[in-house]
Design a protein around this ligand. Structure first.
Ligand code: 1HN
Length: 352
C-alpha cells in the first residue's frame, strides 16, 4: 500500500473524490421510485386575488412575465410542480405586451379566463379563448398581447426542470419588444383543423405538433360526438389525447396533453405510473385520493400527481361532468424505456 492512510480510511475518501458504493447502494437503487414531489393542490380561488393584486403593482416592463409559480413543497431546486414539469398561472391586462423571447424548454398555455389576448409564435398570431390549448414548442419565439377588456389568465406548462437537469437550457431575447406577424392569424390551427386531412405540401417534422392552437370548441365537439356511447377507461375516465397530426403522437417531445371527462358519480380504479402528471380542473368538482390524503378539487384548481403514487379519480357530483386538462412527462419516459403503468391490485405491466 502506498501513501498516507489515516486511522479511518473512510475519512480520506472525500478528498480523493470517491465514495464506497456499499454504503450508498440502498439510496441509489430503491425497489421502486421515491418521488420527492408530494401530491398537492393549488386552489384557484386562493391565487386569483394575488394575481389581480400584482396587475396593479407590477408592470410587464418590470416583470417580463407576470406568473405565480406553483412550487411543490417537496421540490425547490429548481422550483417545480412535479419532478420534470412546471405549472404557473399567468395574467395579462389590456394593452400589455409580454416581450418576445425563446427558450429550449417546451411550453404551452391552457386558457382559464378572459378574451382578446393572443400570443405570437414564430410570426403567427394565435388568439386565446377559455379552454384553448396553445403550444410553444422549444426554441419558438413567443410574445403575448392583450387588446380587449379585463384580465386574461392562463395556466403555463413548461418542461424546464428536465431541460435544466439535462443542462441543455438556452434562452434568448428577441431584438424587438414584440414580433411582427408574417403569416396569417391562426393559420397553423386552421390548416389542421379537420384532424384527418393534413396539408400534403408541407414537410412533416414529427418532433412536435405543428398546431398552434387546439380550440376548446373542437375539444367540446369531440366529447359531444361520442356522448355516452363510450365507456372510457375504468381508471382514467373518458380521456382524449391532443395529438401531433403528423404521427398521432404527443404534442411535445417530452410532454403529452390530455383532456378527461369524468361522468357524474365516476369513481376510478386505483392507478399509478412512473410518469408525473399535473391536472387542471376545467369545470366540475371531485377529488383525487392517495394513500395518505384526499385532494378535493373545484373549478380551475391545479393538482400535482407525482410519479408512482397510486391515486383514484372521482367526480363527486351526481348530475354534472368533471372536466380535467392534464399533462405528463410520459413521452420522455417512454423514449427512455422507463414508462410503467399499473393498477396496484394487479401485477406490474412490463416496461413499455
Ligand atoms: C415563460 O417564458 C412563460 O413565455 C411563461 O409566457 C412561464 C415560466 C418559467 C420560465 C419561463 C411565457 C414561464 C416562462
Amino acid at each position: 500500500m502506498t501513501g498516507a492512510m489515516s486511522e479511518n480510511p473512510y475519512q480520506s475518501l472525500d478528498a480523493l473524490a470517491v465514495m464506497p458504493l456499499w454504503r450508498h447502494h440502498g439510496d441509489l437503487f430503491t425497489p421502486e421510485p421515491q418521488a420527492s414531489a408530494v401530491p398537492y393542490l393549488w386552489r384557484y380561488a386562493a391565487l386569483r386575488p394575488y394575481m389581480l393584486h400584482f396587475t396593479n403593482r407590477l408592470s410587464l416592463e418590470e416583470a417580463a412575465r407576470r406568473v405565480l409559480m406553483l412550487v411543490n413543497p417537496g421540490l425547490s431546486d429548481p422550483p417545480a410542480t412535479v419532478n420534470s414539469l412546471f405549472a404557473g398561472i399567468q395574467v395579462i391586462m389590456p394593452g400589455e405586451a409580454a416581450r418576445a423571447h425563446r427558450h429550449a424548454a417546451n411550453a404551452f398555455r391552457f386558457i382559464i379566463e378572459g378574451e382578446s389576448a393572443y400570443t405570437t409564435v414564430n410570426g403567427e398570431r394565435i388568439h386565446m379563448r377559455p379552454g384553448d390549448l396553445l403550444l410553444t414548442p422549444g426554441w419558438h419565439w413567443h410574445d403575448h398581447f392583450h387588446e380587449g377588456n379585463g384580465p386574461v389568465m392562463w395556466l403555463d406548462g413548461l418542461d424546464y426542470p428536465l431541460t435544466n437537469a439535462l443542462e441543455a437550457g438556452f434562452f434568448e431575447l428577441f431584438g424587438d419588444r414584440v414580433q411582427k406577424p408574417y403569416v396569417a392569424d391562426d393559420l397553423s390551427s386552421r390548416k389542421f383543423i379537420h384532424g384527418r386531412l393534413n396539408p400534403a405540401w408541407e414537410n412533416a417534422d414529427s418532433r412536435f405538433s405543428p398546431v398552434g392552437n387546439y380550440p376548446w370548441r373542437e375539444t367540446e365537439r369531440a366529447f359531444v360526438a361520442m356522448g355516452d356511447d363510450v365507456e372510457g377507461s375504468d381508471s382514467e375516465g373518458i380521456v382524449l389525447e391532443y395529438t401531433n397530426p403528423w404521427n398521432g403522437g404527443p404534442v411535445l417531445p417530452t410532454t403529452d396533453c390530455k383532456i378527461t371527462r369524468l361522468r357524474p358519480g365516476f369513481r376510478g380504479r386505483l392507478r399509478r405510473t412512473t410518469a408525473s402528471t399535473i391536472m387542471h380542473v376545467v369545470r366540475g368538482e371531485g377529488h383525487v385520493e392517495f394513500d395518505d390524503r384526499r385532494l378535493e378539487f373545484g373549478p380551475h384548481d391545479v393538482i400535482a400527481v407525482p410519479g408512482w403514487r397510486a391515486h383514484r379519480l372521482a367526480n363527486t357530483s351526481t348530475d354534472s361532468d368533471a372536466i380535467l386538462f392534464s399533462y405528463s412527462n410520459a413521452p420522455a419516459l417512454r423514449a427512455l424505456g422507463l414508462l410503467r403503468v399499473d393498477h396496484p391490485e394487479s401485477a406490474n405491466d412490463p416496461p413499455g
